[in-house]
Design a protein around this ligand. Structure first.
Ligand code: NAP
Length: 460
């Protein structure tokens, strides 16, 4: 069955769900389209009541919702609670600010007057990944619903309970039928959704492979799309960085969500003079993490989302080693039930090694030593991905100069504050295109209409 909740802590099946029949799918798309026809004319204040209320419910039920997430994909309970609370803040933020983002903008033509209007475009199809089971949903629901669109959402096959729980929150918040619709559908059905003329935009967050498939389909249908795909973010440590502050961020940046984050720090690029000291401290700090029950707040290392994810990651590490990489730490599964991988550091990854260009979606850090700042930037840019990255230095002005030269959609100086409700998120190159959240995110699926006014007179 395509939708299955399996607890990665013990590998036990929690619940399986049938996919929708084609008729059920048709009914849901029709409802989303019908809902759009009235929702598009609803005042912002009316929309805000429902979206804002959804935020309040997420906050009120954070503990229960977090537990569903931890059971389904293994996120440690503290991180899971944090994600639900953040999702609540996203909903609240767009309830409060969407009207401001989408207000008409006056232009200054040489002749006459002009302004840009923003209007919703219709039903948006969102395809979402399991690694942030609620945040990803809030990231599309908050902005796009407040903009006056409706959404139909295909969540990942391994988090059906989270998908259903979020839809339930929206219903409890007073969403009319068709405003927010969860679709338990197959990939083939997903293609028919993209092709459906009632669908006006497509937003996908996921792997490069999924992005290529869905973006091509959307392109064939001339539909606007946004793609939030993988990453292999550089974590650049310069010679003036304070390692006592930098290393804990290196651990957090690689290990948050057991390393399963698109914009996680994945390639640690350290200038020669700091390389040995950084590697020793990083290794020591990672070695302290202890596998345990993700439901226990004291646990410092959770499982990967599925057994399959673990097996694939182990194979990737083996492939890297077969091509000359060395294992400085870990490299193996942890001998206990559940899909646990030891925190791992790979070194000596030469440019010809497939691992040099791959994304490691789990607790595997790639370590590189470089001559200087220029070499660090060159290596950071030698990637097919372009999502985010960070630079660590005592000199913030220098950090900004380095950040400007790194070819990604986001750069962080002396922090990895990846995402906030009000800031755009997204990448370039194989990391995709378009942005979610922030001003750019809410503009992604609106019609930006030019309206120009002149005093009427005969054409010249
Ligand atoms: P995935 O396999 O691509 O799945 C993501 C979503 O796409 C799931 O709902 C999946 O459904 C669906 N999907 C995959 N192939 C599809 C197809 N051919 N047609 C229709 N739907 C399809 O990715 P994942 O392994 O779950 O997530 C990890 C990837 O997402 C990593 O590369 C990560 O970096 C990236 N990610 C990016 C961001 C960002 O904002 N840039 C955020 C989070 C994650 P099924 O589960 O049913 O296959």
């Amino acid at each position: 069955m395509a939708y299955q909740s399996v607890n990665p802590f013990d590998g036990k099946l929690v619940e399986a769900f049938e996919t929708l029949s084609d008729l059920q799918l048709e009914t849901r798309i029709a409802a989303a389209d019908a809902c759009f026809r009235t929702w598009r004319h609803t005042a912002y204040a009316e929309r805000a009541k429902i979206i804002g209320r959804a935020g309040e419910i997420l906050h009120a039920r954070a503990d229960e919702l977090a537990r569903i997430m931890t059971t389904e994909m293994g996120k440690r309970i503290g991180e899971a609670r944090g994600e639900v609370e953040f999702s609540a803040r996203i909903m609240a933020y767009y309830a409060a600010n969407a009207e401001r983002f989408l207000a008409p903008v006056k232009l200054s033509p040489i002749n006459g007057e002009a302004h840009m209007e923003s209007s919703p475009i219709g039903v948006i199809f969102c395809v979402e990944p399991w690694n942030f089971p609620y945040y990803q949903l809030a990231r599309v629901a908050g902005p796009h619903l407040m903009a006056g669109n409706t959404v139909v959402v295909k969540h990942a096959g391994i988090v059906p309970q989270c998908a259903i729980a979020f839809e339930q929150v929206m219903i409890e918040a007073g969403a009319p039928i068709g405003l927010y619709t969860n679709l338990l559908i197959s990939h083939d059905q997903s293609d028919t959704v993209v092709d459906d003329p009632r669908i006006k935009g497509v937003a996908l967050t996921g792997s490069v492979e999924a992005g290529r498939s869905i973006a091509a389909r959307a392109g064939r249908n001339l539909k606007v799309s946004s793609m939030e795909l993988g990453g292999s973010d550089a974590f650049i440590v310069l010679e003036d960085a304070d390692l006592d502050l930098t290393v804990p961020w290196a651990v957090w940046g690689r290990m948050y969500n057991t390393g399963q984050t698109c914009c996680a720090a994945k390639r640690f690029i350290v200038v020669e003079s700091m390389a040995d000291a950084f590697l020793a401290k990083f290794k020591a700090a990672l070695a302290l993490l202890e596998a345990g029950d993700p439901m226990d707040a004291a646990t410092t290392l959770g499982p990967l989302s599925t057994e399959r994810a673990l097996v694939d990651l182990l194979e990737q590490v083996e492939g890297a080693v077969a091509h000359g990489a060395k294992v400085a730490l870990g490299g193996k599964r942890i001998d206990r039930p559940g899909s646990y991988m030891a925190p791992t550091i790979l070194t000596d990854i030469a440019p010809g090694n497939p691992a040099f260009r791959q994304e490691f979606f789990g607790p595997v850090a790639s370590f590189f030593r470089v001559k200087d700042e220029d070499a660090a930037i060159a290596l950071a840019n030698d990637s097919d991905f372009g999502l985010g990255g960070s630079v660590w230095t005592a000199d913030v002005a220098r950090g900004r100069r380095v950040a400007s030269r790194v070819e990604t959609g986001m750069m962080f100086i002396n922090n990895i504050d990846w995402t906030d409700a009000e800031l755009p998120f997204g990448g370039i190159k194989d990391s995709g295109y378009g942005r979610e959240l922030g001003d750019m995110g809410i503009q992604q699926f609106v019609n930006k209409k030019l309206v120009r006014t002149h005093d009427v007179k005969a054409p010249a």
